[in-house]
Design a protein around this ligand. Structure first.
Ligand code: GLU
Length: 495
């Protein structure tokens, strides 16, 4: 029985890359009459949030990629949330330690930093030097009894070549000398990704791992762990990464990357899924528009293209237009529009913001339009009337964006408190801070109260509009970003 999985980490917005991996994993399983699982990889406690998990699940569901087992519906191989599986990992780590495949490491941060520095200075690959691998059992016991903090690392052969088989790339050779003695269990007892992914893929009986090519370099560690446990390794299929039009790795600076943004923009899920499929795969007929069911029915892994797939919003729009015109009659389109935003619930969010200024019903549309549109039409001139000089305007937008990327509970009062705080530490008047934001978000001289509007727009649309405004003002280069970042951190902020 073929079993595949998608294993997102709930540390941010639901990324289109997650949708892409989920889609290919889904198709592979369904084309073989198999099962597709969803597992939440939340072992990074500091960065994982419940909200992020919720939107990831909702976004994958919106795309129509239903899973057979997962944290929300359970299943025979659960739990499907890694934070609920700690005893399982700890027992497996212990098993590796007992068998001599892993060891406790008591090295301090200072020692590790110093070691790294020296290795880099002498042109070596920075990797753990194995100091603690040679400790005797009594030394380890004594250290543990003293309560010295420790991590557990895996052993790695010192010489030789590791051969990884990838279904799309054939054999990949990686020298063992390039592979680090990976930490498997952190000092707080939590597993790292590498340990947890291997244990879970095995226990959940995953047969094929479909994931991004950025994980290829981790495969030797995983392969070693499978060997140490005496398990057979699932087949590996590393997909080419999604790219920006300039071929750099897909990033939110250059493209909206959150699935929820496309939902808020009013894309059809069928078109988004079709587009993600089209980026890496094609129907034998060459037809670009196809429903998920056709992709499943015709799925053949050998048709995956190895070229760098460029995520091009214009092409996606074109495809969405086809879906809209070719598959929705007027009646169905009316239903979709109601479902999207032209509904009573949305009106009830908007009415309190505009009621004060409405005299007749026909005042509503112009006042509410910006809450329903995509990216407002703005230009450099839109910002000309502001008192802040252009440089400061750009800085205000960038700093506000960084602030807003930290917000998890998207409530008007929290947004207000954050931006007020930002104004204080930047030592600018709140009015001056909100001016550029107001233009970026509404594109109009008059609009309803800013924080309430941001709440209605939601996090993805709000941030996308601020990013778009930054671009309109000339963008922020890598060098400028570095400078701004330093200044921002100087204000006492973690980005
Ligand atoms: N949690 C990893 C991620 O979010 C999963 C990688 C994998 O599929 O093994 O990318």
């Amino acid at each position: 029985m073929v079993r595949t999985r998608v294993a997102p980490s709930p540390t941010g917005d639901p990324h289109v890359g997650t949708g892409y991996m989920a889609l290919f994993s889904y198709c592979y399983a369904k084309a073989h009459g198999g099962e597709f699982l969803l597992r939440i990889e939340d072992t990074d406690v500091a960065r994982s949030t419940q909200q992020s998990e919720e939107v990831i699940l909702a976004s994958l569901k919106w795309l129509g990629l239903d899973w057979d087992e997962g944290p929300d519906i359970g299943g025979p191989k659960g739990p499907y949330r890694q934070s609920e599986r700690l005893p399982i990992y700890q027992a497996h780590v212990q098993q590796l330690v007992d068998a001599g495949h892993a060891f406790h490491c008591f090295c301090t941060r200072e020692r590790l930093d110093e070691m790294r520095k020296q290795q880099i200075a002498s042109g070596e690959t920075a990797r753990y030097d194995g100091a603690c691998a040679g400790l005797s059992q009594s030394e380890v016991d004594a250290n543990l009894a003293k309560g010295l903090p420790s991590v557990v690392r895996m052993k790695v052969p010192e010489t030789g070549i590791c051969v990884i088989q990838d279904r799309l790339r054939g054999d990949i050779e990686i020298d063992y000398s390039q592979i680090d003695m990976q930490v498997l269990q952190k000092a707080d007892g939590f597993p790292t990704y590498h340990l947890a992914v291997v244990v879970d893929d095995h226990l959940m009986e995953i047969t094929h791992i479909i994931r991004g090519e950025e994980w290829i370099n981790s495969a030797p560690k995983h392969q070693l762990l499978y060997e140490y446990f005496g398990w057979s390794m699932p087949e590996l299929i590393h997909m080419p990464l999604l790219r920006n039009p300039d071929k750099s790795k897909l990033s939110k600076r250059k493209n909206p990357t959150s699935i929820r943004y496309y939902k808020d923009m009013g894309f059809m899920p069928e078109a988004v899924v079709n587009y993600l499929g089209m980026l890496g795969w094609s129907l034998p007929s060459g037809e670009e528009k196809f429903p998920l069911s056709d992709m499943v029915a015709n799925f053949d892994i050998s048709r995956i293209s190895m070229g760098a797939p460029v995520f091009d919003v214009e092409k996606l729009k074109w495809l969405n237009g086809r879906w809209l015109r070719e598959t929705l009659d007027d009646d169905a389109l009316a239903d979709r529009l109601v479902e999207w935003a032209l509904n009573r619930d949305k009106l009830l969010e908007i009415i309190p913001l505009i009621k004060e200024r409405v005299e007749v019903f026909s005042d509503v549309a112009p006042l509410a339009a910006f809450l329903l549109e995509g990216l407002p039409e703005i230009s450099v001139e839109s910002f000309a009337k502001l008192k802040t000089p252009p440089e400061t305007t750009l800085k205000i937008l960038q700093f506000s964006l960084w602030q807003l990327e930290q917000v998890t509970a998207w409530q008007s009062s929290d947004l207000q408190a954050r931006l007020k705080h930002l104004a204080d530490i930047m030592d600018v008047k709140i009015r001056d801070l909100l001016g550029p934001l107001f233009i970026a978000l509404s594109g109009r001289p008059v609009a309803p109260p800013l924080f309430d509007s941001m709440q209605v727009l939601g996090p993805d649309m709000t941030r996308a509009r601020i990013r778009a405004a930054i671009e309109v003002l000339g963008g922020v280069s890598k060098k400028q970003t570095k400078k701004l970042d330093a200044e921002y951190r100087g204000l006492g902020h973690k980005k």
